[in-house]
Design a protein around this ligand. Structure first.
Ligand code: F6R
Length: 589
C-alpha cells in the first residue's frame, strides 16, 4: 500500500503537481500525506494526517520533489509518522512503500551510534542509513544501492537529494514505474499517476536501481551495479474513463459499469478464455489463488468449473498458499485472480509457484501490473480502473471470466457467452429500474443500525454469500458473516435474535428448497429474512427480486449486496469509496 510519486525536470509548481499525483494514488492509503521539494540544496516538507481532500501545499516552484500517501503499518496515524522522512543532516529525503522486516535491528544499530529518530516508522531507518552513507562520501546512487541491500522485505524506495538534483529508486516486489515526458522524469507506484507527465514508461524489475535527473535516466543492475539499457514502452492507461463523471461516488460508478464489463468480456475475451481453458485442461491440477473478494470469486469459479466442466480445482487464499506450495509440480497450474495485479500475497504465491516450475496464469484487471508481466497466460478483465477501495466490477468480471472458461473447457464457448450476456442484461435491468434500487435502499435503512447481519447461500451461491457479507461489512462496518446455508444450524444460529437481519440467496436452482428451509429455521428464532431470488416466498420479510440468469446467477447476485452495503454506509455517514483502515492494492504482507 502507500502511493509514491516523484518528479525531476523543468521547474514547476511541484506542490500542486505532487498533490495531484497523490490524489490519483490515494486508493493505496489515506491515513496521511506528505510532499517534499528541493529548495536550493535544502529540503522543504509539508505533510498532514488524513485524506488529501482539497489540500494545497504552499511550496515554491522547484525542479525536484516527491510525495507519499500513507497506509500506516508501523506507527500510528500522526504527523511525525507521515512521509517523507528526512535524514538528520537534512540532505536526503525518502518515501517508501512496503515493510522493512528487519527495521528493529537496523534502528537499534543506528541508535547505538547516537541517531535520534523522530517517528515510529520502519521507513525512517532508510533515511538515516542513507544519511550515514552520504556523510561518509558516497554518492546517492551508491548510498541507495548499499542501503537497499540491507533491507529485508518487500519494499520500494525513492530517495531525493536536491543538491545533486537526483532521485534514486529501487524496489523488491513492490511496484515502481518510471515515466519519460517533455517536462522531465517521473516515477510512481502506479502508471496512473504518470498519465499527465509521461509519454513512455519503464516498469522497474527487482534487480533494477534507477537514477533520475533532469538529464534523463541511468539504469543499473543493483547486484553488480553494471549499467543496463533503459527500456521504455508507450504508456497505456486503457481507454476506460477514470473520472467520476456524474456519479456521486466511484462505488456508484463502478457498480453501474458492471453490465458493460460483463458484456465486454463475453464479446471480446474469447481467445484469452480459450487459452486459459486449454491450460486448465492440460494441467495435472489447478490452483486458484486470490485474496479477499478475489478469493470469493475463485471459490465461485471452483463451483462453476466443477459443475460445468467437471474440473476439480483447489482454491487457496493468497496468504495461505506458501503452506501448500510443496504440492506443486511442473505439471501444476496456478491461476491468480487480482484486480490490481500487485497484491503482495499473490505475487509471493506466484513467485513460489514459479520456483516449483508450475505454469502461471492470471485473471487480472491492471495491464502491465507485476502479476500481468510474470504469468504465462492471462485473461485481462478489461473492467477499467477500479478506484473505489471496495471491489465491485472487478469481482463481477472475475466470476464472468471463470464462467466463460468453464464453458470453454467443455467446448461450449458460445453457450458461456450467451449465459454471461443474459446476466449482463439482468444487471442492466436492475440498475435501470429506479423502483428496484429504491427498494434496496429502503431495505438497507431497515437494517443499517443492526449490530450483526448474516448471509446464507448454497452451492455456487455459497461464495456469493461470503462476498456479500464482506461487501456489507467493509463499507458499513456492520458485522456481517456469510455461511453455507446448511452450516448455520451447526453453531452460528445461537447468534440469531429477534430482528437479526439475514440475507438469504434463494435462486431457482437445486438449492432453493433447502435454502428456504434454512430461512424458516432462522425466522423461527426471530431472524428478519431478506430474500434474494427470482420468486418471492412467504418466509421473506423483505424481498429483493433478481432475474433468473440460470448458470450465470452469481454474476447477478453480487449487486444486491453491493447496493445494500452502499446505502447502509451512506445512511451511517461513511465514505463508501474510502472505508476506514482499508486501502486498495495491498502491497504489504
Ligand atoms: C474487497 C476488496 C479486497 C480485494 C483484495 C484483493 O472489496 O477489494 O478484498 O479484493 O485485497 O485485491 P486484488 O484483486 O487487487 O488482488
Amino acid at each position: 500500500m502507500c502511493g509514491i510519486f516523484g518528479y525531476v525536470g523543468a521547474s514547476a509548481d511541484l506542490g500542486t503537481v505532487v498533490l495531484s499525483a497523490l490524489k490519483t494514488l490515494e486508493y493505496r492509503g489515506y491515513d496521511s500525506w506528505g510532499v517534499a521539494i528541493g529548495e536550493g540544496d535544502g529540503i522543504q516538507v509539508e505533510k498532514s494526517t488524513g485524506k488529501i481532500g482539497g489540500a494545497t501545499a504552499d511550496l515554491p516552484p522547484s525542479t525536484i520533489g516527491f510525495g507519499h500517501t500513507r497506509w500506516a503499518t508501523h506507527g500510528g496515524v500522526t504527523w511525525e509518522n507521515a512521509h517523507p522522512h528526512v535524514d538528520p543532516s537534512g540532505r536526503v529525503a525518502i518515501i517508501h512503500n512496503g515493510i522493512v522486516d528487519n527495521f528493529r535491528s537496523l534502528r537499534d544499530g543506528l541508535e547505538a551510534q547516537g541517531h535520534v529518530f523522530s517517528s515510529e516508522t520502519d521507513s525512517e531507518v532508510i533515511a538515516h542509513l542513507l544519511g550515514e552513507e552520504i556523510g561518509q562520501g558516497a554518492d546517492l546512487t551508491t548510498a541507495v544501492s548499499r542501503t537497499f541491500a540491507r533491507l529485508d522485505g518487500l519494499n520500494a524506495v525513492i530517495a531525493m537529494r536536491p543538491d545533486s538534483g537526483e532521485l534514486v529508486a529501487a524496489k523488491n516486489v513492490s511496484p515502481l514505474v518510471v515515466g519519460y515526458g517533455p517536462a522531465g522524469m517521473t516515477i510512481a507506484s502506479d502508471a496512473l499517476a504518470l498519465g499527465p507527465h509521461a509519454e513512455r514508461v519503464m516498469y522497474l524489475e527487482d534487480n533494477h536501481l534507477v537514477r533520475l535527473s533532469a538529464e534523463g535516466i541511468d539504469v543499473y543492475d543493483r547486484g553488480g551495479m553494471t549499467e543496463l539499457p533503459a527500456e521504455f514502452v508507450p504508456i497505456d492507461l486503457g481507454t476506460a474513463d477514470a473520472g467520476i463523471g456524474d456519479y456521486p461516488t466511484f462505488m456508484a460508478k463502478e457498480m453501474a459499469e458492471q453490465p458493460e464489463v460483463v458484456e465486454r468480456l463475453a464479446r471480446t475475451a474469447g481467445d484469452a478464455i480459450d487459452a486459459l481453458a486449454r491450460e486448465i485442461d492440460a494441467a495435472s491440477e489447478t490452483f486458484l489463488v486470490g485474496c479477499g473478494t478475489a478469493s470469493y470469486a475463485a471459490q465461485t469459479g471452483a463451483y462453476l468449473l466443477g459443475q460445468i466442466a467437471g474440473k476439480r480445482v483447489t482454491v487457496v487464499a493468497g496468504s495461505e498458499f506458501q503452506y501448500l506450495q510443496h504440492l506443486l509440480s511442473p505439471r501444476s497450474l496456478v491461476v491468480a485472480l487480482s484486480q490490481s495485479g500487485e497484491t503482495a500475497d499473490i505475487i509471493e504465491a506466484m513467485l513460489a509457484a514459479r520456483k516449483r516450475g508450475a505454469r502461471l496464469g492470471a485473471l487480472v484487471n491492471a495491464k502491465n501490473s507485476t502479476l500481468d508481466r510474470m504469468v504465462d497466460v492471462r485473461v485481462h478483465l478489461m473492467a477499467g480502473p477500479e478506484q473505489c477501495v471496495l471491489s465491485t466490477k472487478a469481482y463481477t468480471a472475475k466470476v464472468t471470466a471463470l464462467l466463460l472458461v468453464a464453458h470453454a473447457i467443455n467446448g461450449q464457448r458460445a453457450a458461456g457467452e450467451r449465459a454471461a450476456l443474459t446476466a449482463a442484461a439482468g444487471l442492466r435491468t436492475l440498475l435501470g429500474s429506479p423502483d428496484w434500487t429504491a427498494n434496496v435502499a429502503r431495505i438497507a435503512t431497515a437494517f443499517h443500525r443492526a449490530p450483526h447481519l448474516f448471509v446464507i447461500g448454497r452451492g455456487v451461491n455459497y461464495p456469493t454469500a461470503l462476498e456479500a457479507a464482506l461487501k456489507i461489512k467493509e463499507v458499513s462496518y456492520i458485522h456481517a458473516e456469510g455461511f453455507a446455508g446448511g452450516e448455520l444450524k451447526h453453531g452460528v444460529i445461537a447468534l440469531i435474535e429477534e430482528g437479526t437481519p439475514c440475507l438469504v440467496y434463494a435462486p431457482n436452482d437445486e438449492t432453493r428448497t433447502d435454502v428456504l428451509s434454512g430461512a424458516m429455521e432462522l425466522r423461527s428464532r426471530g431472524g428478519f429474512i431478506i430474500g434474494v431470488g427470482s420468486q418471492p416466498d412467504a418466509v421473506f420479510d423483505e424481498y429483493i427480486p433478481v432475474p433468473d440468469a440460470g448458470v450465470a446467477q452469481p454474476i447477478v447476485n453480487g449487486l444486491p449486496a453491493q447496493l445494500l452495503g452502499y446505502h447502509a454506509a451512506l445512511q451511517l455517514g461513511h465514505d463508501p469509496d474510502k472505508p476506514r483502515n482499508l486501502a486498495k492494492s495491498v502491497t504489504v504482507k
